[in-house]
Design a binder for this molecule. Structure first.
Ligand SMILES: C[S@@+](CC[C@H](N)C(=O)[O-])C[C@H]1O[C@@H](n2cnc3c(N)ncnc32)[C@H](O)[C@@H]1O
Length: 257
């Protein structure tokens, strides 16, 4: 059966350079960056997978995947990239129905991956100390059709965590060690802690703090990813390699002896 664009959902338009633009089919006629002026409602009923022409440009029309949503978000702060997001989801065992807290929200990249994983019955609570980041990230999260699973708080996570019995807490802030005590109190037994830090000094302070509390499986990783380019001449690693992003530290709460 043909799969066609339904009303009131989002689609992704992918141009010939593989640039991705998420479009809300219920939106009004407007100038859309990378597309030009057009009426998104005109996409309703079109067949997914087909290439279509808008103005003088060609686009593939698809139902947006999680990766499309992540790759098309508008960045303000440094975001957590897909290669690290995948690692977080597995190492914290994040699944549907869970309650996950993160700080800070930044541009909402991690929030989108978390909301997608905990949906439809779970929720993500996001703290940030800057209202402008909350507003900016919520625009990205709404565009990804995941706002229903996210609630935000203008709050400094190093000053305390209001919630308890949380499945997972993830910190992407400059000083995660300052929230380790609050994280231990707010996590359920068996719950996971994760911090993302670009510097080794930040990791050291966080691990030292984690060791003061009842956590097991304290581990730090760095992910290095190399894309391979395959052509008629053979295969080689891509010349454009993104080296360092950050270190991921994980720990799991247990009861004190
Ligand atoms: C690097 S960005 C987070 C990026 C985000 N994880 C993403 O993937 O898009 C860091 C964010 O942490 C927020 N922040 C810094 N210190 C904080 C704190 N103590 N409590 C809550 N948020 C904080 C900043 O305002 C900023 O938005």
């Amino acid at each position: 059966m043909k799969k066609v664009v339904e009303k009131n959902y989002v689609v992704v338009l992918i141009d010939s350079n593989l640039k991705k633009i998420i479009v809300d089919t219920a939106g009004k006629t407007d100038k859309i960056k990378g597309v030009g002026v057009f009426d998104p409602k005109s996409l309703v009923g079109r067949e997914y997978g087909k290439q279509l022409e808008i103005g003088n440009k060609k686009f593939w029309l698809l139902r947006p995947s999680l990766l499309d949503k992540l790759q098309s978000l508008k960045r303000r702060a440094q975001i957590i990239l897909p290669r690290d997001l995948g690692h977080i989801l597995i190492n914290c065992s994040i699944e549907s129905g869970q309650t996950v807290l993160e700080a800070g929200i930044g541009s909402g990249s991690l929030t989108i991956a978390l909301a997608n994983a905990v949906a439809p019955d779970g929720r993500v609570i996001s703290y940030d100390i800057r209202e402008d980041f909350i507003e900016h990230s919520m625009k990205n999260i709404k565009k990804a059709w995941l706002a229903h699973y996210v609630s935000t708080k203008l709050k400094d996570v190093t000053k305390g965590i209001d919630e308890n019995d949380l499945d997972v807490i993830i910190l992407d802030i400059p000083n995660p060690w300052k929230a380790v005590n609050h994280a231990w109190n707010a996590l359920k037994v068996g719950g996971y802690f994760c911090s993302f830090s670009p510097l080794t000094t930040q990791v050291e302070s966080t691990v030292k703090e984690l060791e003061k509390y009842s956590f097991i499986e304290v581990k730090t990783f760095e992910n290095i990813q190399r894309e391979m380019v395959v052509s008629n001449h053979g295969m080689r690693p891509s010349f454009d390699m993104l080296g360092h992003t950050g270190y991921l530290t994980f720990a799991r709460k247990i009861l004190p002896p």
